[in-house]
Design a protein around this ligand. Structure first.
Ligand code: NIG
Ligand code: FE
Length: 428
């Protein structure tokens, strides 16, 4: 007999119902049910609605019950842009940035991504896994139930595959679900200095086929940026990846306005991310093609750059997701509470839009909106219980996580009182 759980009497049950990204004003429709309940069987949501109705419809009296009186219940957060599998740190570079050096200056001097590539090439699989597990534990404690993870610190066939294999193995070791992305075009490695086009040929001819054959990644991403990979190079790589079944994502218009958003629309990308310098045409085209705009305010904060025009994008009908961009260089933070605070205070998203951006729209940004991102029958039971009665406390309690309980696939995997309480906890 399958495991059964019911969470009842939630002050607010936030459903975020839907199976597609929510754009524009629809981002405010988060589906609030007062005195709500959700029933779960075998890791899948059976019913969500007013407590009286859900309790009357339970099939049997063998449900584990959680009383969520005075608490808000909502879908698990999805961090849809994250680079958490890497070796080494770049604290010294951060200190240079504090003194005024720019991210690109450090990169041009041979630091930046290449610095992490060196350390990741040297790191063994066990070391990378252990680091990744600790990072997943930290994410879980802030309510992250699914994370997208990018390669991109290998830039050679073996190390790119090593990163992706570490991510695949985490499935057996940690409850946070990992959705892998191939980001081989993250920087031009030393071996290909001044020959970015040839490096793209190498990725297309020698790396992508292996990744596709072993199903190591769902998406292909590229750092489409002045001085890194051009629009034409990005297009060539992403089209080749599409032919092999990998959907497209882009690091777009992060440092300068290059037209990455327009390329994302042209290619039917699942998402375009960063977008600090997106053009007006880029906004219009992303809205029209319903490409999810994944905004990463903690990176803008860390780089001391102006924030992406999130308010304007939503007002013009774009579907916006929010993510951390956790990585060793531009944003060494996996903090969902920081992202929430910056989105509310500096990008002027409403609390409801922020919830949508971290749940159903984030699910859409990893092409999983039919399985994840909302509380409704048939979806995977990835659910958070907050310490407070309303989602309004998420931005209000600045920079602090108010997640009390995390449920993944219908199992309680983390509580504030006990920390990780899943049998796959990294301490064990
Ligand atoms: O999303 N912009 C490119 N990639 C990362 C930074 C990676 C790094 O600095 O290690 C980003 O900001
Ligand atoms: Fe990134």
């Amino acid at each position: 007999m399958g495991k059964k759980l019911v969470i009842k009497h939630a002050a607010e049950l936030i459903t975020c119902r839907g199976s597609a990204p929510k754009a524009g004003v629809a981002m405010n429709e988060i589906g609030i049910i007062a005195d709500g309940a959700v029933s779960i069987k075998d890791g899948i949501i059976q019913m969500a609605g007013p407590t009286a109705q859900v309790m009357a419809a339970l099939d049997g009296n063998d449900y584990e019950e959680i009383d969520a009186q005075g608490k808000c219940v909502l879908p698990g957060f999805i961090d849809s842009h994250n680079h958490f599998v890497f070796g080494g740190y770049r604290a010294e570079e951060f200190s240079w940035r504090l003194k005024g050096d720019s991210y690109m200056e450090i990169m041009e001097r041979g630091g930046g991504i290449i610095n992490s590539v060196r350390a990741t090439r040297q790191a063994g699989t066990t070391e990378l896994s252990q680091l990744a597990l600790t990072r997943l534990d930290s994410m879980l404690g802030m309510g992250v139930t699914t994370v997208e993870g990018k390669s991109g610190y290998g830039l050679d066939c073996d190390t790119e595959i090593k990163q992706l294999e570490v991510m695949a193995a985490l499935k057996e070791q940690h409850p946070v679900e990992v959705i892998p992305t191939f980001l081989g075009a993250h920087a031009v490695p030393k071996e290909y200095e001044g020959r970015s086009g040839e490096f793209i040929d190498f990725l297309i001819e020698e790396v992508l086929p292996v990744i596709a054959e072993h199903k190591l990644a769902r998406f292909c991403d590229v750092f489409c940026e002045k001085g890194v990979f051009s629009i034409a190079e990005s297009r060539r790589l992403l089209l080749a990846a599409q032919k092999l079944g990998l959907k497209s994502k882009l690091h777009a218009d992060e440092i300068v306005q290059l037209g990455g958003a327009e390329l994302a629309a042209e290619l039917g990308a699942v998402s375009a991310d960063h977008l600090l310098h997106i053009s007006d045409a880029g906004i219009a085209q992303m809205a029209q093609k319903q490409v999810v705009a994944t905004l990463l305010p903690a990176t803008a904060f860390s780089l001391r750059e102006p924030y992406a025009r999130g308010r304007e994008m939503i007002d013009q009908g774009v579907a916006v997701a929010l993510a951390t961009d956790f990585n060793p260089g531009s944003c060494f933070s996996e903090s969902i509470p920081l992202v929430i605070a910056l989105a509310a205070l500096y990008m002027k998203l409403t609390p409801a839009e922020i919830v949508t951006a971290l749940t159903i729209n984030a699910a859409a940004a990893i092409d999983e909106a039919d399985r994840l991102g909302s509380i409704e029958p048939g979806k995977q039971a990835d659910i958070l219980i907050l310490e407070q009665p309303s989602y309004l406390y998420l931005p209000y309690h600045i920079g602090v996580s108010i997640v009390e309980t995390v449920v993944k696939k219908g199992e309680i995997v983390w509580t504030k009182a006990k920390g990780s309480c899943h049998d796959k906890c990294s301490e064990k």
